[in-house]
Design a protein around this ligand. Structure first.
Ligand code: SF4
Length: 456
């Protein structure tokens, strides 16, 4: 069996499963957020009754993160609906925007977008917050009401996005009927050269198979190069499995996974035991690709989908209006550090927005010092508009006052993960997906630029 099949077999209580089997699996965690949470709660109440209790209040994680820093009253109300439900059901893990359990969330626009407006429990973007807060464990099943839930496959778990109806069912029963996906095998070899990042690896793979090339399939990433990727890198790659239509992305378990997970579970007092899965000698794949990382060049996924791969150096004629670094995919600490290595000592030529994925990442960047300045200061002095309000921000467009949202047709290079028309705001805008380093180089020149031009 493949890694995905092994996890699903165990969660189904079976010795063996194969692609195409329909099995009932037990959930270890159900995650939801402010956009889908109210709908999920509605389904749960409708189907199980208004006095029903959730299946396990210790296994539901609720993370408001999408449309938070906006004056839009319906968006603010969604956060309040989550809080009321958490109080009613006594759910253990709720990363509220405010500290008052009986309060109401409203964003104060008069304070501007840059200074933090959240309380001490706020966790930021769900997929980045889940591992940071100790909710991702090897061998487990994670369901989330968000397509990029697959990011947690970096931790050797089966993690996938589900709709509100399925999530309402999981909320009431703790289980879900799943078809076991076929597995595609991506063997990573070689070593990334300077100027290249994990984002280039996944854009390379998606470019190879197309934005629907992995539809309802597991994408298994392994091989000697995978073992050398950091957890942040593995998260970037697993996150974008869905951009090829993948059901999930998954990595092997190793000492690095163990160190990360053990540390985070201990830090947050979450469940510390887990059972990883290892590769079998016999694995059945429907597709195999060997990717030699040492041969990759910086790539960009052009408008209008993540499969439109081109080399960054061939797009030097594309003039840009905006650059954006942020999201679960490209707003991690390591993403900002690599971005800052290119930007340092220079100035951006176009509007450039920086949105760390979580408050912890804001703190990391404000604490990290390069000579006499923090990385945060270096970015601000280079002209990057850095907000402390960690969230999804313009990655998903959002209300018109969302930080970084494209409200007019424009061209933007972005470290995010999705570029379908209208994704970051105006439906006539064009989004070019790239690594944080390529975004940095392009922000400096105002056109799509290979970051190796800025490496000393
Ligand atoms: S940052 Fe973007 S991709 Fe990630 S959860 Fe938020 S909207 Fe989705």
């Amino acid at each position: 069996m493949t890694l995905t099949e092994k996890i699903l077999a165990r969660a189904a209580g079976k010795a063996q499963v194969q692609a195409g089997d329909n099995v009932w699996v037990k959930a270890d965690i159900l995650m939801t957020h402010d956009v889908c949470g109210p709908g999920t709660i509605g389904v749960f109440r409708r189907e199980f009754g208004k006095n029903a209790r959730v299946w396990d209040r210790n296994k539901i994680v609720i993370i408001p993160d999408h449309y938070i820093f906006t004056v839009d009253s319906k968006s603010n109300r969604n956060v309040d609906i989550l809080r009321e439900f958490v109080n009613e059901q006594r759910i253990d893990y709720f990363y509220d925007v405010i500290d008052d359990p009986n309060g109401h969330w409203t964003f104060d626009a008069t304070q501007g977008q840059l200074k933090r407006q959240y309380g001490s429990n706020f966790a930021g973007v769900c997929h980045t917050a889940l591992p940071q807060k100790g909710h991702t464990r090897p061998g487990e099943i994670l369901f989330g009401t968000d397509s990029h839930t697959c990011m947690a496959g970096a931790f050797n778990e089966f993690a996938t996005g589900i709709g509100n109806t399925d999530a309402g069912f999981v909320m009431g029963t703790g289980k879900l009927l799943l078809k076991v996906p076929e597995t595609m095998h991506f063997r990573l070899e070689g070593k990334l050269r300077p100027g290249l990042m994990a984002k280039d690896v996944i854009l390379q793979c998606i470019g190879e198979i197309g934005f629907d090339g992995a539809t309802y399939r597991a994408m298994q990433f392994d091989g000697p190069a995978a073992a050398h990727l950091s957890m942040d890198d593995r998260m970037t790659i697993a996150n974008m499995a869905i951009e090829a239509g993948g059901k999930n992305g998954i990595f092997e378990f190793d000492a690095q996974t163990q160190a990360y997970v053990d540390h985070r579970c201990k830090l947050n007092g979450t469940k510390a035991t887990y059972e990883p899965v290892e590769r079998d000698r016999e694995e059945k794949f429907v597709y195999e690709l060997v990717v030699d990382l040492s041969k990759l060049e910086p790539v960009v996924a052009c408008h209008p989908d993540p499969g439109q791969r081109k080399l960054a150096k061939e797009l030097n004629h594309v003039k840009l209006d905006r650059a954006y670094i942020g999201s679960c995919t490209g707003g991690k600490t390591s993403d900002f550090l690599d971005f800052a290595r290119i930007i340092r000592g220079k100035h951006v030529a176009i509007d450039t927005f920086g949105v760390p994925a979580t408050p912890e990442i804001v703190r990391d960047l404000q604490a990290a010092r390069w000579d006499d300045k923090t990385v945060w200061q270096i970015l601000v002095e280079a002209g990057v508009q850095m907000t402390e309000n960690a969230s999804c921000a313009a990655c998903l467009g959002g209300p018109t006052d969302t930080f970084g949202r494209m409200n007019t047709p424009m061209k933007c290079i972005s470290a995010t993960n999705r570029n379908f028309p209208g994704r970051m705001g105006h439906k006539e805008s064009q989004v070019f997906l790239a690594s944080p380093m390529t975004v940095a180089a392009s922000a400096i020149t105002g056109k799509i630029t290979d970051p190796r031009e800025f490496l000393s």
